[in-house]
Design a protein around this ligand. Structure first.
Ligand SMILES: *Cc1c(COP(=O)(O)O)cnc(C)c1O
Length: 339
């Protein structure tokens, strides 16, 4: 076998060994007595080594690229990111001894830049979110590197039938609950990869769960879901880090979604702050957005006298956002009332 294949084998073995050392993430049952009859669960993705649900995606993307022959020991890996994916990819790049460059908008939080650098990754900041894609392609060409392109490959890099993906984990962890098959699974979309994985899994296993996707302001996903218009563009980037996109991302699969709910940014932030009082710890803003959707659905179920369960994701913890979403001054300047 040639040297390059030997290196690829070793790289895959390193990722598998890292996985073997990992524990699954908890499914937390929330104590919300006001919703008696509707059980609400949070899949806590903040406990991955790199702190967010993007740990799963980064592992999948590296394995996908390696198994497709796209990465060897000399490859510089480049990614367009709003931060969380780049943190997780920097972790895996370091594990494999590869150079990694994250292309991000300059308003990405300092904590995220710090974490990427801490894992040995480099940050290449551009003026605005719309520019990250073209800049990543350009850099990849200049450096003969590989553009990982999460916004294209997120939906296909993960094994959707099972194999310990996030859906497999959630539905297995629900098995002994009062309502083991959730009426709703609520997620937000950045790449759309998580929603695609869960949507396909629900169909493949013939489950009676509905996939509900929440969308923040300054994102085209909701309108695309309503109209099917592929060319939609948002001038301003989403204010809720990690979710909402200015263009219809290829990895966002609308046909898998049963319902979408538009969520006002101020409500996402308020609900994020409220969740701290329920959980006793801070979560990120996209978890606030998820929870707005959950509370709306729970109220609907109660009004109809339905019983059942709702599962959503705790996408990342609040530590990364102390200077921003947890700082009232910052919120006043950046998250403005629109209604
Ligand atoms: C990426 C991300 C999401 C959305 O997940 P996708 O699978 O990319 O759609 C939600 N919250 C945070 C914090 C994220 O980084």
């Amino acid at each position: 076998m040639n040297k390059q294949r030997q290196w690829v084998n070793k790289a895959i073995a390193l990722i598998q060994a890292d996985y073997q050392r990992s524990a699954d993430t908890h499914l937390i049952k929330l104590a919300l007595p006001e919703f008696s009859g509707v059980d609400i669960y949070l899949k806590d993705e903040s406990t991955h080594p790199t702190g967010s649900l993007k740990h799963r995606l980064a592992r999948s993307l590296f394995l996908y690229a390696l198994c497709n022959g796209k990465i060897n020991q000399d490859t510089t890996v480049i990614e367009a990111s709003s931060g969380s994916t780049a943190i997780s990819e920097a972790y895996f790049a370091r594990l494999l001894g590869l150079r990694f460059i994250a292309v991000m908008a300059k308003n990405t939080s300092h904590e995220k830049v710090y974490l990427i650098n801490n894992y040995g990754g480099e940050c290449h900041l551009v003026e605005s979110t719309e520019m990250i894609y073209a800049e990543s392609e350009k850099l990849a060409k200049e450096l003969s590197g590989y553009y990982m392109d999460q916004f294209t490959y997120a939906e296909r890099a993960t094994d959707w039938r099972g194999n310990n993906n996030i859906a497999d984990s959630i539905f297995k962890q629900m098995l002994l609950e009062t309502h083991p098959v959730p009426k709703y699974v609520v997620v937000s979309a950045g790449t759309g990869g998580t929603s695609a994985t869960i949507g396909r899994y629900i169909r493949y296993h013939q489950l009676n769960s509905e996939l509900v996707v929440v969308d923040p302001e300054n994102s085209v996903f909701f309108d695309y879901f309503q109209t099917g218009e592929q060319q939609l563009i948002c001038q301003q980037g989403s204010k809720i880090e990690g979710i909402g996109r200015p263009r219809v991302e290829p990895s966002f699969i609308a046909s898998l979604i049963d319902r979408m709910i538009k969520v006002v940014d101020t409500e996402s932030v308020q609900t994020m702050l409220w969740l701290e009082t329920v959980l006793g710890r801070k979560v990120g803003p996209s978890t606030g957005t998820n929870m707005v959707g959950v509370l709306k659905l729970a109220k609907e179920m109660q009004q109809k006298g339905e019983r059942g369960s709702i599962v959503t994701l705790l996408c990342d913890g609040g530590d990364r956002y102390l200077d921003s979403y947890y700082n009232p001054e910052w919120v006043k300047m950046n998250i403005t009332e629109t209604q």
